[in-house]
Design a binder for this molecule. Sequence first.
Ligand code: SF4
Length: 62
Amino acid sequence: MKANVDRDACISCGLCESVCPDVFELDDESISVVKVDPIPSEFEDCAKEAEDGCPTDAIHVE
Ligand code: SF4
């Protein structure tokens, strides 16, 4: 499983980092970046939770 963040869509709300800090973090510009590729299986559920919760649908998990 992989995650991608659309930097243009991210509004820096921080939800993904809160929900799944082992996969997402906000960078120096407060835009979410993916820390791991591929996503370790133990973090797949929270990555999907972040995808579902992102208010701008900036996260795509596949
Ligand atoms: S949840 Fe979405 S909008 Fe919020 S910081 Fe993460 S990628 Fe950006």
